[in-house]
Write a protein that binds this ligand. Structure first.
Ligand code: FAD
Ligand code: SF4
Length: 324
């Protein structure tokens, strides 16, 4: 099937395209959407490329100390930007996505907006089951047969890190601008709280009140070029050597990244050395967030074990007790 490709050169031009063609579908690096189109999973009659819209680029510090990252920033640029060394976990995550070729093309906006994945869904037509599953409008799930809805995993590497920094997503559409915590983008069953004509303009990381340390770890089958089986983003803010804010997010554990809120009070006021001594409690709390089903590559027990390993490595790194 053929499709049209338009290029928008400004946001104003983009809103006009959306007004004229409500079926227009935005495309950034294309590394998430194009494979699904090629596999015949999705079809869009009109793609509109965002890459010439200058308003979507740039990494800038705002007057209040927030860091604003344009949605079209390439993962490779973020990974290699020396000015971002304070955002260590972000650079770790950006440098682990897929392969160098994909990181050269992939954007941070596309990363946080990528589709949830599942081995029964991300297949070409000839390999897919005859009867469609929930995600394709059917009435069943092949991955977790008892589930009443889709449980495909959200496997973004970057979203858990941004959530651990409490990042805010800035949206713009023909009806105006809105800002929401990135975490609110992710809904049940892999759905996203975003209008079809809304564009992610930037991600804003609030100012840091103290010394920030962060780490991102992921478990994969292959050493590189692989989606995470499970991942952990951990960010501590410290004042006078004590943790004032501990944020842990577990990624690839279910349909959306999960905050582990119970860890906050556990680590509040501790020194990093004291935090490491609480390793077992931290691991137990964090791995409760891992959805208890086989994800088609590894079983539920293995997913928990891998989760413990990811959490352990993240805690050691963030507390400066691990060679990175
Ligand atoms: C082989 C392979 C391996 C991969 N491995 C990983 C991995 O290890 N980790 C990982 O996280 N990802 C991985 N990915 C997924 C993907 O490459 C990345 O998530 C990438 O960052 C997506 O960015 P993109 O710019 O290419 O997105 P696109 O494909 O252009 O877009 C993705 C989605 O976001 C929407 N979108 C993009 N930008 C905007 C915007 N500014 N406003 C509104 N909507 C927008 C698009 O409409 C589309 O729905 C892999 C992909 C492939 C093909
Ligand atoms: S998790 Fe279930 S419903 Fe979702 S894509 Fe996979 S098989 Fe389909």
């Amino acid at each position: 099937m053929s499709y049209q490709v338009f290029k928008a050169h400004s946001l104003a031009e983009l809103w006009q395209i959306f007004a004229d063609r409500p079926d227009a579908y935005p495309i950034a690096g294309g590394t998430d959407i194009i494979p699904r189109v090629n596999q015949g999973i999705e079809f869009h009659p009109l793609f509109v490329c965002l890459d010439e819209i200058l308003e979507l680029y740039g990494v800038v510090w705002l007057p209040d100390g927030s860091l604003q990252i344009g949605a079209l920033s390439k993962l490779v640029e973020l990974a290699e930007n020396k000015r971002l060394s304070e955002y260590h976990a972000l650079q770790q995550a950006c440098s682990r996505v897929a392969s160098p070729q994909i990181r050269n093309q992939a954007t941070i906006g596309g990363n946080v907006l990528q589709e949830n994945r599942c081995i029964y869904f991300n297949q070409s037509v000839s390999w897919r089951r005859e009867e469609p599953c929930f995600k394709l409008g059917g009435k069943r799930c092949y991955q977790y047969t008892r589930s009443p809805q889709c449980v495909a995993l959200f496997q973004s590497d970057v979203a858990p890190v941004l959530m651990s920094y409490h990042a805010v997503a800035c949206w713009q559409g023909p009806r105006g601008i809105r800002q929401t915590p990135l975490a609110e983008l992710y809904l049940d069953a892999g759905k996203k709280a975003k209008g079809t004509d809304e564009i992610l303009i930037a991600l804003v990381i609030p100012p840091i009140d103290g010394v920030m340390r962060s780490a991102y770890t992921r478990e994969t089958i292959r050493g590189s070029f692989d989606f995470p089986l499970i991942s952990c983003a951990m960010t501590f803010v410290e004042q006078d050597g004590r943790i004032t804010q501990a944020t842990v997010v577990i990624g690839s554990a279910g349909v959306k990244p999960q905050y582990v809120d119970d860890i906050k009070p556990l680590l509040q006021g501790k020194t990093p050395a004291e935090a490491v001594k609480l390793m077992e409690e931290v691991q137990t709390l964090a791995t409760k967030k891992i959805a208890p089903f086989r994800d088609s590559r590894v079983d539920a027990v293995t997913r928990k074990a891998l989760g413990k390993s990811a959490v352990k490595r993240a805690l050691l790194q963030v507390c400066g007790q691990d060679r990175q």
